[in-house]
Write a protein that binds this ligand. Structure first.
Ligand code: NAI
Ligand code: MG
Length: 364
């Protein structure tokens, strides 16, 4: 029996509510599909920082390295300097473990209406591939003379040929398994060095995939197209910051940020990959038991797919769809179900599906 070592990190805020629910779903999927998850919990995050002076243990990265995957909620608390969580936790893990792909699916779930009144399920089905290790978020900068009239601040983006090539190859290979289309969302008309180079290297890679349609689109136009013509997108390849922003817009197209899932992936599997919802710790609703756990649960499905348990991953996704189709919704989708109730409903769906080993997973 396959056995996977999972590091579970709730983080802060709603992470404490949605990670346990996600783990229950994962345990049920493991039981049904005949593999084992060996889960170890780590108390890391902004709360841990308030007590211990750092977001994770001094040898935290060394500890995490031993795992097959990391299942993460979100970090950040209103009482903690919000320049710290990314630097001291999320980017640190993403960079140390070369998780250079941030995979963020945007897909309208069964029974849900998009805020885009005229768009149906077939119109909203794409993936945002956000470059996850460099770009605008390398935190390469300084604040000088902050209190002076001549105060100044910089953040210098970094783009390397190697970094651009690997994310481009990943995107084109992904497109081959989907609808054969890559849209490079860029802003090279104004970032005339960094993103012009980004475009050039992506163009070189695109030439190696003649079977994939390649298009370049500026981010301002792309934002409008997300809303007006989401059906034109298949694989959206973009930079760290643009991908961060557009994937929240993608969450909104699905109906709620709480539905957005992601994988921070090291495709070579030299290091563990990390799976988390796209949203943050949502302090405004934390502790109330009303957070939507679907983004977290879906992230668990992405984790299983990465580990090679595709049938179980598909089963979780169809269980989520069955629950949304039933009309069960949390408050962000104008429903009254609790986090727990959604989790229990997804688990119940998994129990009523029958496993056909040769065919993957089909309804009983
Ligand atoms: P947020 O994503 O936490 O919340 C934005 C809005 O979406 C809030 O109104 C929230 O209630 C709602 N929302 C988010 N997740 C939801 C869910 N599962 N169900 C229902 N509603 C949900 O973003 P915000 O408020 O900008 O940031 C809060 C904290 O999270 C900050 O400290 C920020 O730095 C941190 N953060 C951490 C991330 C991570 O750990 N990867 C990512 C984004 C933000
Ligand atoms: Mg974000």
């Amino acid at each position: 029996m396959n056995r996977y070592k999972i590091a579970a990190i709730h983080g802060d805020g709603v992470g404490h509510e949605i990670v346990p629910v996600g783990l229950e779903v994962l345990r049920m999927a493991a039981g049904r599909f005949g593999f084992e998850l060996d889960v170890t919990h780590f108390p890391w995050g902004a709360g841990y920082y308030m007590e211990n002076g750092d977001f994770l243990a001094a040898d935290g990265l060394e500890q995490l390295k031993q795992f097959d995957a990391i299942y993460f909620g979100a970090v950040g608390l209103p009482d903690v300097d919000d320049t710290l969580p990314a630097m001291k936790f999320t980017f640190k893990v993403r960079t140390a473990f070369q998780q250079y792909v941030n995979y963020r699916p945007v897909r309208l779930l069964d029974g849900l209406e998009s805020p885009l009144r005229y768009k149906a399920q077939a119109d909203i089905d794409f993936v945002v591939i956000r470059e996850n290790n460099e770009g605008e978020f390398v935190q390469n900068g300084k604040i000088l003379y902050a209190d002076q009239p001549y105060g100044l601040a910089t953040d210098t983006s970094v783009f390397t040929r190697q970094g651009i090539e690997r994310i481009a190859h990943y995107s084109f290979q992904l497109a081959r398994r989907r609808r054969h289309k890559v849209t490079n969302v860029t802003k090279s008309n104004t970032l005339i060095h960094s993103l012009a180079y980004w475009d050039r290297v992506i163009g070189e890679v695109a030439a190696q995939y003649p079977d994939v349609t390649y298009q370049k689109m500026y981010v301002d136009a792309a934002s409008a197209n997300f809303v007006l013509k989401p059906e034109i997108f298949d694989v959206v390849l973009t930079t760290n910051m643009i991908g961060d922003i557009l994937s929240d817009l993608g969450g909104a197209l699905m109906g709620s940020l709480g539905l957005g899932s992601s994988g921070n992936i090291n495709p070579e599997k030299n290091f563990p990959s990390m799976f988390e919802p796209i949203h943050g710790s949502a302090p405004d609703i934390a502790g109330k038991g009303i957070a939507n756990p679907i983004g977290q649960i879906w992230s668990g499905a992405l984790m299983l797919e990465h580990l090679g348990e595709k049938a179980a991953a598909d089963a979780i996704l169809s269980a989520i769809n069955a629950v949304t189709a039933q009309g069960l919704r949390t408050a962000d989708l104008k429903g009254s179900a609790t986090t727990q109730e959604i989790g229990q409903a997804v688990v119940a769906q998994l129990t009523t599906y029958e496993v056909h080993r040769s065919n993957g997973y089909v309804p009983a």
